[in-house]
Design a protein around this ligand. Structure first.
Ligand code: CMP
Length: 231
């Protein structure tokens, strides 16, 4: 495996909003703290309950954050798309890894060793704010999910997952699409069966709220938002 140059790593780090305003020389110092990692599709990048020794900056590909029950059942917590970071929780609270993180596609990431986190924050204090921002967003997502589990049925939860994923896509790339997620993966995020997820998506298609383009699902964000409000 060829190791990319510091300049390549520094260039990739620029795509993270939190590093956007760093001076070139500081970005190079930061790049020197990072180790380039490559994972094949299906590989476990982090395993729940292990000790955390590094956090990761995802520069290409997609990962799944999930929990597995002793019987082998899976609960997907989230899918993260580059640029994104993960593995910071056990570094900041010194507890074991909270979940598995699995490569859904081939993945490239930069690992920042736990011992270098303080130096990285001194170099770029916005990193600390970005980590807090991510944690706060995740708590909000969990609250919303808990609310859906307690107060709403599976149809509503599937619609919520579609709206959340398509909104994230709209915010990052300007198009409200769901790409690369199977109906099974949508179902695990919604805490329901694949059959239910497919039935809901098919009904929304008949209602003109979602459309399919090959393997992509295109969402009418406004219409789906209104449907959720009234449901
Ligand atoms: P850590 O606990 O060190 O290892 C597992 C990582 O998964 C965790 O840090 C977070 O970065 C990430 N993670 C845990 N829960 C969620 C979630 N609900 N959404 C997105 N990422 C998560």
């Amino acid at each position: 495996m060829s190791t990319p140059s510091r300049a390549y790593i520094a260039g990739k780090l620029r795509s993270f909003a939190m590093f956007g305003d760093l001076a070139d020389e500081d970005l190079v110092i930061l790049a020197e703290m990072m180790t380039f990692k490559r994972y094949a599709k299906g590989a476990f990048i982090l395993t729940q309950n292990e000790q955390g020794v590094a956090m990761y900056f995802l520069v290409s590909g997609r990962v799944k954050v999930s929990l597995a029950s002793p019987e082998g059942k899976e609960l997907a917590l989230n899918y993260l798309e580059a640029p994104a970071h993960f593995g910071e929780m056990s570094l900041v609270d010194a507890e074991p890894r909270s979940a598995d993180v699995i490569a859904v596609t081939d993945v490239e990431a930069f690992a920042l060793d736990a011992r270098d986190l303080s130096s990285a924050i001194q170099l770029q204090p916005r990193l600390a704010l970005a980590l807090i921002g991510t944690l706060s967003r995740r708590v909000r997502e969990m609250i919303s999910r808990l609310e859906d589990m307690a107060f709403h049925d599976a149809t509503h939860r599937v619609m919520r997952v579609l709206l959340n994923v398509a909104t994230a896509s709209y915010e990052s790339s300007g198009v409200p699409i769901i790409e690369g997620l199977t109906h099974y993966e949508i179902a695990t995020l919604a805490g329901t069966s694949r059959e239910t997820a497919s039935r809901v998506i098919s009904q929304l298609g008949k209602d003109g709220v979602v459309g399919t383009k090959g393997r992509k699902i295109v969402i009418d964000l406004l219409a789906l938002g209104q449907l959720l409000e009234s449901n």
